[in-house]
Design a protein around this ligand. Structure first.
Ligand code: SF4
Length: 396
């Protein structure tokens, strides 16, 4: 009660924490009980076409592994030691029965590890639908857009066969409208963080966005709206921190305590690629007059998708978008925080670093695993980076 009086956002934040930490999938099980014929569609990072699933009457559930909450026993035996952690903990979640309420799993084509995980899932859970989502790497709407719209229709047919509602244009239009509202609220949340990082800490924004993993877009938008409204009423104390962009955590997520450690080390994370799927489409999904909404969904991915490691860029220079982002925000520097053994992030990083060097933008880097428990070294490194940027700026 005292906490709520001191912080108007405390109550909604506490609710978001419960949802974000729901490894036992209580909210998903509650959804299944209330909607016994509806399907639950799990999807791996980074991005999945959630409005399509909602239009089919399914509940989309973003699966981000088990973080630091679960001991991995069986999951480790399915993968070699030199790959990231998220596939191990996802297998552990599956084998321990925590994903029993998930009727279908979607594996987007972001890297070989997710591809292998998709194959393994099929073998381990043959009675459940396992869908590989081939994302286009050609960004001409007439080629990649057409291909992707075909993929979306194929997935809809597979889910329909499993018991989802038939795809109707009206239902998809409503789902797109809900998704656009959620996106608008995330944009508002990000603007608040950017303008005043003391008002909304990155760790709080992370929690409130993560809370939507197993919510419909409408329910998530309501939660975001509540939080944004409450955060605007906060009385805040300002700190002499540096403003940083965090880059590389688009798939496997760092523990929340690690994000808080960076904040304690004097870094205001004013932009990041945590849980990138929610921000992958950078502006509203527009459905043109007479356009099939499936085509509009595909076009949004093609034309409005955010550059990231798993997305081919033809005519752009790797890192140019990151450098522009740093200037636009503005931010003082960049922290590269990639999951250990994350090939897409780590293969991109030298090119991103080169682009920053060219523009005299300071950066530092470290690696993590979702179950990392020791943050002292990272905290000291981030603290030293923050102090150096304050003292010497671009000459770090
Ligand atoms: S963390 Fe990186 S390598 Fe691992 S599954 Fe995700 S994108 Fe692939």
């Amino acid at each position: 009660m005292i906490r709520e009086r001191l912080d108007p956002a405390a109550e909604v934040l506490a609710r978001a924490e419960v949802l974000a930490d729901d490894l036992e999938m209580r909210s998903v099980r509650a959804f299944k009980e209330a909607n016994p014929t509806a399907l639950v569609v799990g999807h791996m990072p980074i991005y999945a076409p959630r409005p399509l699933f909602e239009a089919l009457g399914c509940l989309p559930v973003a699966i981000f592994g088990a973080g630091d909450q679960l001991d991995i026993i069986r999951g480790d035996s399915y993968f070699q030691s030199y790959i990231c952690h998220i596939p191990r903990s996802t297998i552990e979640l599956g084998l321990s029965g925590r994903l029993e309420s998930v009727d279908a799993m979607v594996f987007p084509s972001i890297c070989d590890v997710i591809r292998n995980l998709g194959g393994m899932w099929k073998l381990l859970f043959p009675d459940r639908l396992s869908i590989y989502l081939d994302l286009p790497q050609n960004f001409d709407s007439a080629i990649g857009g057409r291909f992707y719209a075909g993929e979306l229709r194929r997935i809809a047919r597979e889910l329909e066969k499993k018991g989802a509602k038939p795809l109707q244009a009206e239902a998809l239009l409503l789902a797109i409208a809900d998704e656009n509202r959620r996106r608008e609220l995330i944009t508002e949340l990000d603007a608040l963080r950017r303008e005043d990082p003391s008002r909304v800490r990155a760790s709080e924004a992370y929690t409130v966005v993560r809370a939507g993993a197993a919510l419909t877009a409408r329910a998530h938008a309501d939660l975001l709206d509540e939080f944004v409204t409450a955060a605007k009423q906060r009385h805040v104390r300002h700190f002499d921190n540096v403003r940083v962009v965090l880059c590389g955590s688009f798939c496997e997520q760092p523990p929340l305590a690690l994000i808080r450690s960076l904040e304690k080390a004097g870094c205001d994370i004013v932009d990041d690629d945590f849980q990138l799927g929610w921000r992958m489409i950078e502006s509203a999904i527009e459905v043109r007059d007479g356009e099939d909404p499936v085509d509009a969904l595909a076009r949004a991915y093609i034309e409005q998708g955010r550059p990231t490691a798993s997305r081919y860029i033809a005519d752009e220079i790797k890192g140019a978008d990151l450098a522009r982002r740093v200037r636009r925000l503005p931010a003082d520097g960049v922290i590269f925080a990639a999951a250990s053994f994350c090939d897409p992030a780590l293969l991109d990083q030298p090119m991103l670093e080169a682009a920053l060097r060219q523009q005299n933008i300071p950066f530092t880097s470290f690696k993590f695993a979702e179950n990392t428990g020791q943050f002292q070294v990272i905290r000291e490194q981030a603290g030293a980076f923050s102090d150096a940027v304050k003292l010497w700026g671009a000459n770090v």
